[in-house]
Design a protein around this ligand. Sequence first.
Ligand code: FAD
Ligand code: COA
Length: 408
Amino acid sequence: MTEETTNHWALTRDQRDLRARARALAEEVIAPRAAEVDRTEKYPWENVAALQENGFTGMTVPAELGGPGHSFLDAVLVVEEMAKVCGVTGRIAVEANMGAISAILAYGTDQQRRMAADFVLAGDKPAICITEPDAGSSASMMTTRADKRGDRYVLNGKKHWITGASVSRLHLIFARVFDDDGTELGIGGFLAIRDETPGLSFGRREPTMGLRGIPEMEVLFEDMEVGQEMVVMPPSGWRRGFGDLMNAYNSQRVGAGTVALGLATGAYELALDFSKKREQFGRPIAEFQGLQWMLADMSVKLEAARSLTYRAACSRGVGTDGTTGPFPDPAMAAQAKIFTAEASIEVVNQALQTFGAAGYSRRNPLERMYRDVRMFTIGGGTAQILRTVVATRILDRKLPQTRDGYVT
Ligand code: FAD
Ligand code: COA
């Protein structure tokens, strides 16, 4: 995507410079390693170091905690550039700047905020542990429990499909909280640190279709005991804790959509270039209207997806005190992710088609990008669930999905 077509967003000079720096790193350092990361399925620690050295982790950490205090849109610009050449590195950039870190920075105690800031500024990407084998879309039905024992909490349960668990040091765990007498209190967040928190362990790794350089792990809690200092207390209290935590999660949803956008933009740029070079019938295939219209459709989808994604990144939902909050608006984040994920899958598919057989070969990146982009209508809230989030807003009513939810 050229400078002219992306600057309708009136990015500031600083934002354009930031994007240019990210693009240079992506093209010079990240792109040459992308195929190897996919083939070996190894976590790209060198890329993590490169992100960190260039100030692309901990971007949203405020100045008082030693960070540069960038906006979500700034982070999105960096994520997009990384994902254009390597989906895995794009995802690392999301979690090192948005997601669990957003929740901790907004809700954590001073000590927790300092700890999390130090982690991400040093290159860690905190893992967010929500999904369970029997609670995927129905995340609020999680059964991982945190039992209060005096001033400590004991966690038991299991999460799965946790991105980067085991390579991340910091883990934010959503759990159902019970009082000393067994009374259920609600849902809260708990911090655990790999290699430090006893009772935190990792199960099997999921063999995934794409995005293979980052492990998708089972995370196990066996009498995992933490003190009060590791409890991320939802500001509205335990009862409404799930809503508070999901509110913070809207930043990661925008980030996830951005990775899809980046992958699709990268694929589109490759297709544009290829269509001008590849000749059939004695002329570049770009001269055939069938292909021209495909490329035009791709550009339309990408511009629309980019507008929704940037708009969501700049939006602010309602905070716990009823005024404008620190996270993207839930409905705008959902609208952006639905459209961007679906459009990006279509765009990468069309880009692969442009390449003919070469698109189907593992010598070229299109097949990897196609496998990578496929996940974004699933992870981070499926395209179906996100439509329910949007419908809740536009109909202005709660839409409970459980059977008895409809009995009023
Ligand atoms: P299910 O909930 O079982 O859904 C199955 C199908 O039913 C889907 O098509 C779904 O859309 C549909 N469906 C379910 N309920 C409804 C409904 N009410 N209305 C309409 N359709 C419905 N989770 C984490 O906590 N942390 C992570 O870091 C993380 N990373 C992930 C990375 C990847 C690559 C993937 C694939 C997943 C990741 N997840 C993570 C899990 C992800 O959030 C869940 O996969 C997702 O929420 C869907 O849950 P599920 O897979 O159990 O599907
Ligand atoms: N942003 C802000 N608040 C949110 C929210 C979001 N993204 N998702 C839920 N909430 C709030 C609701 O507004 C509600 O608050 P209220 O009680 O004040 O009305 C509260 O959380 C409970 O939500 P509700 O919709 O009643 O829960 P539910 O049990 O019907 O489940 C979800 C719906 C939220 C679980 C489902 O929409 C969802 O997001 N599932 C996907 C999980 C996911 O994205 N996992 C990603 C892991 S990486």
